[in-house]
Design a protein around this ligand. Structure first.
Ligand code: ADP
Length: 225
């Protein structure tokens, strides 16, 4: 990520986590908040930390915000400021604007004003919680368009100690195994076992990452309950 420039506006839990992550990965990050304390807190971790009110386009322009590769708007509770900030960024022709929505109505409003990239953390979290309640072995799920999803799940016993060719996930269930994770004997951490081959064997306690239609994945998980 070297040489890439990002701005994060709103340094609550969400915004500051994104800013720190981008910075850790080598990006040049400008972290912005109206609250000086928030700016102080992140100062050491990012390239620039600036106190300003982002609803005023002049403030944003003075920081050359239009030169950023992307700007993340993570103002949480104050929706009016979120909208005004987003609008100012659009007026300044910022190339990529990513905005966080707190609920479905905010999401609709942002869509209507033409925001193309909307982050809905609450959607993701509630989706994951629901998924885990329905099936406790599901560790992570990403919902994709057209009823597809990617899930991370503990390898069901019925497929353990068998090769992928033998299990036939694609033929029997219409799902693809993207990869699998296995605990390392030496460091006790989970490791990705590369790109799977037909001869790859799934072992007990592996975690599998699979892709497919939700209904096909549900069918697969039910069979193994
Ligand atoms: P989170 O749920 O991520 O903790 P918060 O709503 O607590 O979100 O945080 C949003 C941040 O956005 C706060 O630190 C707040 O000071 C900042 N913020 C709110 N309005 C503005 C504004 N007009 N300009 C810049 N930052 C703002």
């Amino acid at each position: 990520m070297k040489g890439r420039k990002f701005a994060v506006i709103g340094l609550g839990r969400f915004g500051s986590a994104i800013a720190r992550k981008l910075s850790e990965r080598g990006a040049e990050v400008m972290a912005i908040d109206i609250n000086e304390e928030k700016v102080e807190d992140i100062k050491e971790d990012v390239a620039y930390a600036i106190t300003l009110d982002s609803t005023d386009p002049k403030n944003l322009e003075s920081q050359n915000i239009q030169e950023m590769d992307a700007v993340v708007v993570a103002i949480g509770t104050n929706f009016q400021d979120l909208i005004l900030t987003t609008f100012a960024l659009m007026e300044l022709d910022v190339e990529r604007i990513i905005v966080r929505a707190q609920d479905p109505i905010q999401k609709r409003i942002l869509e209507k004003i033409g925001v193309r990239e909307i982050l809905s953390l609450e959607d993701e979290v509630s989706n994951n919680v629901a998924e885990q309640l329905l099936n406790p072995s599901v560790l992570m799920s990403i919902r994709l368009p057209d009823d597809y999803e990617i899930i991370e799940v503990k390898a069901p016993r019925i497929i353990c100690n068998r090769t992928l060719a033998d299990i036939g996930l694609r033929e029997k269930y219409n799902i693809n195994l993207i990869t699998l994770m296995r605990r390392g004997a030496i460091d006790d951490k989970m490791h990705i076992i590369g790109v799977p081959e037909p001869s790859t064997k799934i072992l007990e306690n592996d975690i599998i990452v699979i892709f497919g239609k939700s209904k096909d994945i549900d069918r697969f998980l039910e069979i193994n309950e």
